[in-house]
Every structure is written in C-alpha cells, then in structure tokens.
Ligand binder design. Sequence first.
Ligand SMILES: Nc1ncnc2c1ncn2[C@@H]1O[C@H](COP(=O)(O)OP(=O)(O)OP(=O)(O)O)[C@@H](O)[C@H]1O
Ligand SMILES: [Mg+2]
Length: 323
Amino acid sequence: MKSIIVTQELSKTYPGGARAVRDVSLAIRPGEIFGLFGPNGAGKSTIVRMLTTLLAPTSGTAVVAGHDVVQEPLAVRGVIGLVTADERSFYGRLSAAQNLAFYAAMQNVPRRQIRERVTAVLDLFGLGHKRDAAAQSLSTGQKQRLNMARALVHDPPILFLDEPTKSMDVQTSDLVKALIREKLVGEQGKTVVFISHELYEMDNFCDRAAILADSRIRAIGTPSELGAMLPRRALYRLVVVSGDAGMAARMTAVPGVESVIEVSRGASAAAFDVALADEGAWLEVMRTVAEGNGRVESYRRVDDESLRRVVAHFSEFTARKIP
Ligand SMILES: Nc1ncnc2c1ncn2[C@@H]1O[C@H](COP(=O)(O)OP(=O)(O)OP(=O)(O)O)[C@@H](O)[C@H]1O
Ligand SMILES: [Mg+2]
C-alpha cells in the first residue's frame, strides 16, 4: 500500500539548541492510526510541527499526501487537521458554532457547506447542546473537544493529535478514542498520527507506533511486535525489615531471579528492586527472605512504569525496525 506520509532523514535543530529530531524516516499508511511515543523532550511535537508546516526542517524531507511540506505548505494545510494539548485560542465571547464557522471559512470550506459541517462536527464530539454557548464558558474537556471539532471542520483526510486527551477525564478520553477509531478511521478512512508519552494509550488504539528516545526513532512496529521485543521480566519493589547481611546475595541466588538492586537502607529495613525472569520465582524469594531472618514489610510490582522500561530498553541499541 502506498504511504500517505513519508519522511526521509527528517532532522531539526532549533536555533542555538541541540538537535531535537535526528534522521527520522517514517512511512505511514493511509487509514492507519500511527502512534509517536517517547518521554518528554524526545522530539515528538517537533516532528508533528514539521509535518504540519509550522516549522521548517533543518534537513531531510517530509511529504504529506503527495505534497512536500517545504515546497507546498498550503496544499499540505488543506489536507490536515491538527489538535494540540495547549489551551486553544478560541474567541471567548463567540459561540462554539461561530468559532467553528470562522475556522471553516479560513480553511476555504464553501460558504453554503459551512453550517452543515459545523453541525456535523459539533454533533460528532457531543457538543450539539453547546452550539450557542460562548467558547469561554466551556469546561476544559469541552474546549478540548471543540478543538478536535475545529481540526475536522474542513474534513481533512489526515489528522494529527498531539496529546489530545491530556485534559479529558478517562471516560471522555476513551469515548473520543473510540470515536476516532470507529468513525474517523473505520468509516471515513482517515489517517491519524497520535502523540502520547503514555504507553498504555497505545494499546487497543494504535495500529503501529514509533518509539522515540533522545531525538531518534528506536523502534517501529505494532503494539504486539513492540511488546515482543522486550525481555519478559517482572520487577518488584520489596521492603525487608531486619534480616541478615547479604540478603541481596541470597535473593540473587534464587533460580529465576534476574537481578537484585538494593535501592535504600535504613537502620532496620532495606528496600530492594527484584527483577524476575520467571514469575514463579516469587515464592522462593519470599522463602529466602524468611530463611535470612527477614520479614517482608511490603512489596509491589513496579514494572507498570512500562514506558521508562521500553525506552530504556530501546535506547540501548541503534534503531531497530520491523519492516
Ligand atoms: N522552540 C524551541 N526552541 C528550542 N528548543 C526547543 C523548542 N521546542 C522544543 N525544543 C527542544 O527540542 C527537544 C524536543 O522537544 P519536543 O517538544 O519535540 O518534545 P516532545 O517529545 O514533544 O516532548 P513532550 O512530551 O514534553 O511534549 C527538547 O529538547 C526541547 O527542549
Ligand atoms: Mg510535545
């Protein structure tokens, strides 16, 4: 299938700054939800700013729906919608519908279609009842939905979402994501580029994702392909009271334990991070603590900090890609 967004060694160095994006090569297919994931400062927004013509690349190329972002910025703007998490600049005293009509006109939506488009996007995002409400009277989450409605008012085939669900409650966020998946992508065949720094956002939503760390792409694949690249491992934070010296060494000796790190030690208790290659080893670890005259005061799984682990893992080697 022909790609709808193609970048080749796209790079950006901000004036006086370090390289924010390095040699990013991506091929995004029409009708897919493509995720860009990575920690704060990884370069996600910078990539999207270049793809949406808000920022000129320092080197490399980007082509969106057949249009080069540098050569044909206006053509690119006609086929994209952009939603960011920033507090948006709506005209506070104008109504939701008036704001949308204004942006529709700016996007060259034919005059006689504006009313219909505005109604369609307001309804799509559950804002029909707020049609005549002043934009400034909307709640943060409602403004964010109005923001999405605005990005779609000219019915662009490609939608860029830079952390669009940030100020939405979980329920609204799930609803909006279901809407994107089922209506915009499923029925209308739009292509969506979705940014998040939360890996859980990717599950059941993105078809494929790129993981960025330190301005570079570290891995590209479907969620399950990315998951399969990680070593299987469970990590526990364990607080042990009293106990003999050498507790860490004892636990390390248990078969199935990958590593034990003492993270802190007080007068009577110590905390350890225990990584298990085999979860079945957990019982044996508990038994070993008791044998060493220790008492487990608390334990919790800490490997739900999954993105940190994924990024740490993928930062260890140069870009590894699944075709
Ligand atoms: N206008 C700017 N001038 C100089 N440096 C910038 C500018 N905007 C971003 N940067 C730098 O570029 C790097 C990438 O920033 P970017 O905003 O693309 O990250 P991000 O992945 O979107 O992060 P976040 O999750 O925090 O939104 C960072 O080191 C940032 O400090
Ligand atoms: Mg960002």
